[in-house]
Design a protein. Structure first.
Length: 225
């Protein structure tokens, strides 16, 4: 019968288990995006790390093969809706795990107003109420592409298909969800702009603070020689 196929691990675990900042960030992600285990977060972090590692390896290359791989990478990032506008190496390196978490089906169901909370969105998905382009998806971690996002809906056979169902989000809740989504996008954009500005400022200050030797010192060194 042969040896059983070895299942490859789909995520990387943290290099150190007791880093306070990482633990606090994982708690925040679990609270905001409704994950049930840290493995769900680690999987998204691994996907993000793979994108960034690929970008770092391609950024300095200029071969025909590297151009093909760069095009594939940019297309994949664009299809997932991780970057608004044109995709560049800098935009990929500036991504955070929040961007990946926001593209999970659980998050999309909530932001589209099909559920009152991320927890309820997870319940709807696991119980088979949600379709993506006509296909039933029961994995909350499924990454939804931009093309598929408009096709996220309730199954016709589901009791939740009726907009009058008591579990469906109200119009007021929909407005609140849209406001939260816009505020989150604005927060991410402002944080990224602030980070880039700080890097540019630090770089400029570093160039200005380079100490040049005095002419007298140079003359003394020349006399000694």
């Amino acid at each position: 019968m042969g040896d059983p196929k070895r299942i490859r691990k789909k995520y990387d675990t943290p290099s150190h288990p007791w880093i306070k900042s990482r633990i606090e960030n994982e708690k925040r992600l679990a609270r905001e995006f409704g994950t049930k285990s840290k493995k769900e977060i680690w999987k998204m972090e691994t996907v993000l790390k793979n994108f960034k590692n690929q970008a770092k390896s391609l950024i300095s290359l200029n071969t025909d093969q590297s151009k093909i791989e760069t095009e594939h990478l940019f297309r994949r990032v664009k299809q997932l809706g991780l970057v608004n506008g044109d995709v560049t190496f800098d935009s990929i390196l500036g991504l955070s795990v929040d961007h990946l978490m926001a593209r999970r089906l659980q998050s999309v169901v909530y932001t589209k107003g099909l559920a009152k909370s991320v927890g309820q969105a997870r319940q709807f998905i696991v119980h088979g109420h949600v379709l993506v382009d006509g296909k039933k998806i029961t994995s909350p971690a499924y990454l939804v592409s931009q093309k598929e996002e408009s096709g996220v809906s309730f199954a016709v056979s589901s009791s939740l298909f009726s907009e009058n169902h008591p579990e469906r989000a109200s119009l007021e809740k929909l407005a609140e969800i849209r406001a939260e989504k816009e505020a989150e996008a604005k927060r991410i954009a402002e944080a990224e702009a602030k980070r880039l500005a700080q890097e540019e400022k630090a770089k400029a200050e570093g160039e200005e603070n380079v100490d040049l030797p005095d002419e007298d010192v140079l003359e003394e060194e020349g006399d000694e020689q």
